[in-house]
Design a protein around this ligand. Structure first.
Ligand code: GDP
Ligand code: MG
Length: 312
């Protein structure tokens, strides 16, 4: 598993090969996204959720997308196979966001695919909900849980980061802190005022809010039940299919954007100077980009091999 995930994280043709092999075997895993600001207690919460899933007879895997180093940061360290009392194995993989930039949008769905094909269920993806990439990644989960914690104006931050819209469930973690009920009230107010009910259309209601203490496990059972209920509602209402179609579309879009970016860089390196000479020194940026875009989008010239064929 570790080697497969490394291949996927590096990207390129070998990663595509792994994806092709895995693809026919996916679709069983419930993909759960856990997102929120650094320090909210996501990793601690995920640790407790893993235990809860194992107790329910599941075989969970965790992908922790952590901005700090995978070796030194966070509560979850490196690759680690946990063996619990029931002899079930949870696979934990942590990847740094550093040096990934666009690659993360490809490597995260790629890694989830490998876990899914290998029979892990649920697949829990922990991301820091700050950047657009992270929000995109999280939005591709079946069930998205947004974690807030007391004393940081988190409800407001979550609103700004666009996290209210993607949430299927809210967690106010660190319920042992005095400010926890205030955060809950802030969240309720903001959801009511913004007419955002979370990602799911709930008739006359909003996304559930669960209070947890990830240190002593208080509320984790309730959270697990809410997550399982959400999954069941997705299945019963046929919306799981729609979400997964959307996830596929998002991943293909990321691949196209990455390919276009690479092609653009190559074209600039090869053709910028020549194009400028053709148009003249006074070429405006709009003229240069128009000309280069035409080249970028024009069909590739016929292969010399094929062209030589008729005369041969
Ligand atoms: N008091 C309290 N501390 C918590 C709770 N959950 C996590 N923590 C602590 O908050 C800090 C950040 O936790 P971590 O899981 O690394 O947060 P992450 O950055 O969101 O993954 C750690 O020191 C945890 O021990 C909780 O429910 N109550
Ligand atoms: Mg963490």
């Amino acid at each position: 598993m570790g080697r497969l995930l490394s291949i996927v994280e590096r990207g390129g043709p070998r990663a595509d090969e792994v994806a092709k092999l895995a693809h026919p075997h996916v679709g069983q895993a419930h993909v759960i996204g856990i997102t929120g600001p650094p320090g909210a207690g996501k990793s601690t919460l995920v640790g407790k959720l893993v235990a809860e899933a194992e107790n329910a007879g599941k075989r969970p895997a965790v992908l922790a997308v952590d901005p700090s180093s995978p070796l030194t940061g966070g509560a979850i360290l490196g690759d680690r196979v946990r063996i619990d009392a029931n002899n079930l194995e949870a696979f934990v993989r942590s990847v740094a966001t550093r040096g990934h930039s666009g690659g993360l949008a490809l490597s995260v769905p790629g890694s989830v695919r490998v876990f899914d094909a290998a029979g892990f269920d649920p697949v829990i993806v922990e991301t820091v909900g700050v950047g657009q990439v992270e929000v995109d990644v999280t939005a591709t989960a079946d069930t998205t849980v947004v974690v807030a914690n007391p004393g940081t104006g988190d409800a407001v931050q979550a609103n700004k980061a666009g996290l209210l819209e993607v949430a299927d469930l809210f967690v106010v973690n660190k319920s042992d802190h005095p400010g926890a009920t205030d955060v809950r009230r802030d969240l309720e107010l903001m959801l009511d005022l913004s007419h955002v009910s979370g990602a799911e259309e709930i008739a006359g209601g909003r996304a559930p809010i669960v209070m947890t203490n990830s240190l002593d496990g208080d509320g984790i059972g309730e959270l697990w039940t809410e997550i399982a209920d959400h999954h069941q509602r997705l299945i019963d209402s046929d919306r799981l299919v729609g979400r997964r179609a959307h996830r596929l579309q998002t991943e293909v879009r990321s691949r196209l954007l990455t390919a276009l970016e690479q092609a653009t860089d190559a074209l600039i390196a090869d053709r910028f100077d020549a194009t400028q000479q053709t148009i003249g020194e006074s070429a405006a940026p709009s003229e240069l980009s128009e000309k280069l875009l035409a080249e970028l989008l024009s069909p590739a010239p016929p292969q010399t091999e094929g062209a030589a064929e008729p005369g041969a």
